[in-house]
Write a protein that binds this ligand. Structure first.
Ligand SMILES: Nc1ncnc2c1ncn2[C@@H]1O[C@H](COP(=O)(O)OP(=O)(O)OP(=O)(O)O)[C@@H](O)[C@H]1O
Ligand SMILES: [Mg+2]
Ligand SMILES: [Zn+2]
Length: 329
């Protein structure tokens, strides 16, 4: 599992706060009841001494310890019944002073024995969505609402799109520690590049992996901030590290950033390091391969064109098809 470390620490802290709060609330309710019903206070005093009572039985030299312990048990059961009756008579539910956890399975610790509880996994997925950079896109642009109807049947455009979706779906739905694939999704505006990559992101995050989505422009500005900005303590250094370390990085709109030595070296570093570390990357761009070769240094172009699976979407702007209601087929 590649949960983002900062997300994990944040979620773990939230869980321990939740756990302590649940216990504190129960303690407050107990004190309230003790102040209100002295008989319950007295019963609880006796019940809480049970451990000591058992010790006394064991160390007393008494022969039939089982019988003595059974007697204590019967005493306790009777006391609990009495306690319940007192609570009910005063209008309280019998579990009023119990600790109420959000998750009864793990008692808000996040773990059942040493296995992470589903509730914590869920919280980590939610945190993963929030820290993915996808913002409002997450959960909106999915494989389920990606339709092939917008691609022309003619010239195999629909068939091509279908193949691409299948390939990305397969990649996303089987993502694991060994996964390594790079995709270069190209095509003109409004053909579903961003839509498909957020669909992939959602699935991969749900599988417990760290996904980072960023536009090329934002990636560059994070590097600028890191290099030339306020520096230490600005908090940006972490963001840059994540470009190298995320299990899946999605760079959207490559080619819209300004091109100079600095921006090219940032892109080279990210792409090259990720290839060397076998970390998957998806790049979306409106540039075709000739344009990629002319915009980027040979070192970048040869990596993008050589190490990435090319995936071309061809068609008519789906934004426009949707807004005008004129579908291609
Ligand atoms: N196959 C599809 N089925 C349904 N909706 C789609 C499909 N492809 C794209 N859309 C929708 O059309 C709009 C444009 O798609 P998207 O943003 O993915 O295009 P893009 O290729 O990233 O374009 P750009 O190059 O301008 O960034 C979005 O609202 C998206 O949800
Ligand atoms: Mg886009
Ligand atoms: Zn749980």
């Amino acid at each position: 599992m590649g949960y983002n470390t900062e997300d994990y620490i944040r979620v773990r802290d939230e869980f321990s706060k939740k756990y302590l709060l649940a216990r504190q609330r129960a303690e407050e309710r107990t004190q309230h009841i003790h102040a209100l019903i002295p008989e319950v206070f007295e019963i609880d005093r006796v019940l809480s001494g049970t451990g000591m009572d058992i010790m006394k039985v064991i160390t007393s030299g008494e022969k039939n310890t089982d019988a003595a312990i059974a007697k204590l048990e019967a005493r306790n059961n009777a006391l609990i019944e009495k306690r319940n009756a007192y609570l009910a008579a005063n209008g309280f539910p019998t579990d009023y002073t119990d600790v109420h956890y959000d998750c009864e399975k793990c008692g808000d610790t996040g773990y059942v024995d040493t296995v992470m509880c589903d509730c914590m996994k869920k919280a980590l997925v939610k945190a993963g969505f929030e820290s993915s950079g996808l913002g409002a896109l997450i959960g909106k642009q999915t494989f389920d609402n990606f339709s092939l109807e917008y691609y022309e049947v003619a010239n195999n455009r629909k068939r091509n799109a279908e193949r691409l979706v299948e390939m990305l779906k397969q990649f996303a739905e089987s993502f694991n520690d060994e996964s390594y694939a790079n995709f270069l999704i190209t095509g003109t505006s409004g053909l579903g590049k961003t839509h498909l990559s957020s669909a992939v992101a959602e699935k991969v995050i749900e599988r417990g992996y760290d996904v980072l989505y960023v536009s090329a422009i934002s990636l560059i500005s994070d590097f600028e901030e890191n290099r030339f900005g306020s520096g230490m303590g600005s908090g940006k250094a972490h963001d840059v590290r994540r470009y190298y370390e995320a299990d899946l990085l999605i760079i959207d709109d490559l080619g819209t950033e300004i091109s100079n030595k600095f921006t090219q070296s940032c892109i080279y570093e990210v792409i090259n390091t990720r290839i060397n570390n076998r970390k998957s990357t998806i790049i979306n761009t409106n540039l075709n391969s000739t344009e990629i070769k002319s915009v980027y240094s040979e070192r970048i172009a040869s990596r993008i064109l050589g190490e990435y699976m090319p995936a071309l979407l061809v068609g008519v702007d789906i934004r426009r098809q949707k807004s005008t209601g004129n579908k291609v087929n």
